[in-house]
Design a protein around this ligand. Structure first.
Ligand code: SF4
Length: 157
């Protein structure tokens, strides 16, 4: 989740790291939950590994899947999945690939981990650690997603 939030908004990541959880009031999260309960109901879902990552589901052919409702913050979803591939590779599980499923759009995107991605993820992990250690949130950057963000009131009111 931290890698995902890092790419969505670093201020959001900061709030999350400080255990300020407000997602339960957010309508978008509610839609995501309904989608999660109805899409791919045949598959075993939410495989949690070492209490650190939670893969939506894994196909027998070594494909990790993430299910997203829209492509509005697509980059974050892609990096979240690349992080999962990297996490497994660090622990000796190689030759996995990923897919992001958008059931509402009837679209699937294939994701692979490159050497460049691995180097970038190392930097991302360092920056996440730095954000975790901050005493005040990173500066607010107004984004398209702000109005739908669960932390909107904290940032703008
Ligand atoms: S409201 Fe905007 S700036 Fe504030 S945490 Fe959410 S996305 Fe980030």
């Amino acid at each position: 989740m931290m890698v995902y939030y890092y790419f969505v908004c670093q201020r959001k990541l900061y709030y999350f790291c400080k255990n300020l959880r407000m997602e339960q009031d957010d309508e978008n999260v509610a839609i995501g939950k309904v989608l999660d309960e109805t899409a791919y109901s045949h598959a075993e879902k939410h495989i949690t590994v070492n209490n650190q990552i939670s893969v939506d589901y894994i196909e027998k052919s070594r494909i990790l899947h993430e299910v997203k409702k829209s492509r509005s913050i697509e980059e974050a979803g892609i990096w979240q999945l690349k992080y999962y591939l990297w996490y497994f590779k660090q622990r000796g599980v190689e030759h996995l690939t990923g897919k992001i499923d958008y059931p509402l759009l009837k679209h699937t995107e294939s994701i692979a981990l490159t050497k460049e991605d691995e180097a970038h993820l190392l930097n991302v992990m360092k920056e996440i650690n730095a954000i975790q250690g901050m005493k005040t949130p990173p500066p607010r950057k107004t984004k398209k997603i702000c109005k739908k963000c669960a932390y909107y009131d904290l940032c703008f009111i």
